[in-house]
Write a protein that binds this ligand. Structure first.
Ligand code: HEC
Length: 127
């Protein structure tokens, strides 16, 4: 019985984690309190912030083709959801990589406003 409860719990938590870019924008914007700016998101993504890399260093400019990791050279699948529907659909994954990548690029966590802008920019990219 415990095992069944555990399995149901796992199934439910993976449902809760599945998301899409609009729900993420809604979450980081604190339900619309922060207005997304595609322009700021684009400039944030493509520019350096006092360190060696920009987001685009690994994800490409624009992030519509396969990127390349700045250290390992490993290919990174396109970031724009229009080209890669699996992108920005897993809240835990997005959280994890925002934390890691913002620290690498900006030297701190990204603010909610920066996250909203980047997501709006990525979401605005067409094929
Ligand atoms: C040193 C290389 C590198 C840099 C710089 C980098 N990223 Fe990434 N990013 C990765 C890798 C590797 C992954 C995980 C592998 C994958 O998803 O293809 C990833 C994944 C992500 C994801 C998860 C996407 C998803 O839903 O699948 C987001 C969001 C993201 N990065 C945003 C950013 C932002 C914003 C910046 C700039 C602040 C940035 N990244 C800079 C390497 C990088």
């Amino acid at each position: 019985m415990k095992l069944i409860a555990l399995l149901i719990g796992l199934a439910m938590s993976s449902c809760v984690m599945a998301t899409d870019v609009n729900s993420l924008i809604n979450k980081y914007s604190q339900n619309g309190k922060i207005a997304p700016s595609i322009k700021n998101g684009e400039s944030f993504f493509n520019n350096k912030h006092g360190k060696d890399w920009s987001c685009a260093t690994c994800h490409g400019t624009p992030p519509t083709s396969i990127g390349k990791h700045a250290v390992t050279d490993k290919p990174i699948q396109p970031m724009a959801p229009a080209l890669n529907p699996e992108r920005l659909t897993d809240e835990a994954k997005v959280e994890k990589w925002f934390r890691r990548n913002c620290n690498d690029v900006v030297g701190r966590e990204c603010t909610d406003s920066e996250k909203v802008d980047v997501l709006a920019y990525l979401n605005s990219i067409k094929k």
